[in-house]
Design a protein around this ligand. Structure first.
Ligand SMILES: Nc1ncnc2c1ncn2[C@@H]1O[C@H](COP(=O)(O)OP(=O)(O)O)[C@@H](O)[C@H]1O
Ligand SMILES: N[C@@H](CCC(=O)OP(=O)(O)O)C(=O)O
Length: 368
């Protein structure tokens, strides 16, 4: 059984006037329904379009709206979006479910697991989850900000096999083809390097958010979690079926390894609440011997955090070595460092971050 997350961008769901396009949506719905019925695939849809649908219905001009107006438009539009999906999926006998998530649902381990359990239950009963950001309640601190990142995290939560980002362009190009006519498509990506990130620009349409840049960020989350990613054009006939049949379409980002679900969550779920400055010996043990972080390797403690919080491990030169679940609060760690300074050996203190609870970054953005 294959599990596929399909993310559809606003431009693929709306017409030139910015309103939801039933014609575009039904073409995509028919493909998803066909896959769900005729293959052994489980599908999860991440759909944008709430803001566009709301603005379209209300007739508000996009360039002049405030954040509360955008959120109000999303509240109107999300209802319209789901109503239309339900109407289009019903003739196929498919029941849909709406999941509205915020960043904090991914940061909190319990809420992350509840999201996973709910999704599993829906899939088990053959119900199609349709996910969007809960735009109405999100303030900057708890926003994903774009649905590409949300798609990457949904692929991580659901331990998907494939993430398909459907958009208005047939993949990643060497430059934004809307501004550079010499740009050529890149069919395969084996490593998302900083140079590749440089190629990706912002959105090319009035309704899109993030452009190719956020698609690459989403691809990084997914490939690090062992999920292949395809960026392809939503208007290509039978695009989903052809991708699943192995046809080379758009740009495929190949995953190299599969981190455990817990490690993927540590890497991309929560924001770190503090930093541990570690010495060169500890950095070497983490990078070369996959060791745990011991109290002896810590030089300094920064931030306010509790046992169980996620913290970063950084060298004195500022190089980020990794992230992990810390076993002590910042207060207790500071106390232990003071006691060490006073000559105590601290031999009976167990790991500050256990190796099973950490993700080590050998270079920016890649984990082992
Ligand atoms: N290097 C690039 N290759 C392809 N597209 C790019 C590139 N840089 C920027 N883009 C832009 O990204 C857009 C797709 O992203 P976006 O507008 O956010 O769509 P969506 O609403 O589907 O998420 C393309 O239409 C294109 O203008
Ligand atoms: N949550 C927003 C989507 C924001 C977004 O990322 O849009 P897009 O770049 O079109 O995928 C909405 O439903 O309008």
């Amino acid at each position: 059984m294959k599990r596929i997350v399909v993310k559809i961008g606003s431009s693929s769901l709306t017409d030139e006037s910015g309103q939801l396009s039933p014609a575009k949506m039904s073409r995509l719905v028919d493909q998803i329904a066909e896959l769900q019925k005729d293959t052994d695939c489980q599908l999860i849809l991440v759909s944008s379009g709430a803001v566009a649908a709301g603005l379209g219905r209300l007739g508000w001009p996009r360039p002049y709206i405030t954040m509360p107006e955008k959120q109000a438009a999303a509240a109107v539009g999300q209802g319209l979006l789901i109503e239309l999906y339900q109407k289009l999926f019903a003739p196929h006998g498919i029941v849909t479910a709406q999941l509205l998530l915020t960043r904090s649902d991914m940061e909190d381990r319990k809420r992350f697991i509840h999201t996973r359990n709910t999704t599993e239950t829906l899939l088990h009963h053959g119900i199609l989850p349709i996910v969007n950001e809960n735009d109405t309640v999100t303030v900057e601190e708890i926003r994903f900000g774009d649905n590409d990142t949300l798609g990457g995290l949904v692929a991580l939560v659901t331990e998907a096999d494939l993430l398909v980002l459907l958009t208005d362009i047939d993949g990643l190009y060497t430059a934004n083809p809307k501004t550079d006519p010499n740009a050529t498509r890149i069919p395969d990506v084996w490593e998302i390097t900083p140079d590749l990130m440089e190629l990706a620009g912002g959105s090319g349409s009035a309704v899109g958010t993030g452009g190719m840049r956020t698609k690459l960020m989403a691809a990084r989350i997914a490939v690090d979690s062992g999920v292949d990613v395809v960026v392809a054009s939503s208007s290509e006939p039978d695009v989903l079926k052809r991708i699943l049949a192995g046809e080379s379409m758009g740009t495929r980002f190949h995953s190299q390894q599969r981190l455990s679900s817990k490690k993927s969550w540590i890497a991309y779920g929560p924001r770190p609440e503090g930093r541990l400055i570690i010495d060169p010996g500890a950095a070497k043990a983490l990078l070369e011997r996959a060791g745990s972080l011991l109290i002896q390797g810590i030089r300094e403690v920064e931030g306010d955090f509790q046992e169980g919080s996620i913290v970063e491990m950084v060298t004195e030169e500022g190089l980020l070595i990794g992230k992990g679940v810390v076993s002590f609060s910042d207060r207790d760690l500071r106390l232990l460092l003071e006691r060490r300074q006073m000559g105590e050996k601290l031999r009976n203190i167990h790991e500050v971050i256990h190796r099973n609870e950490m993700v080590v970054q050998v270079q920016e953005g890649s984990q082992v």
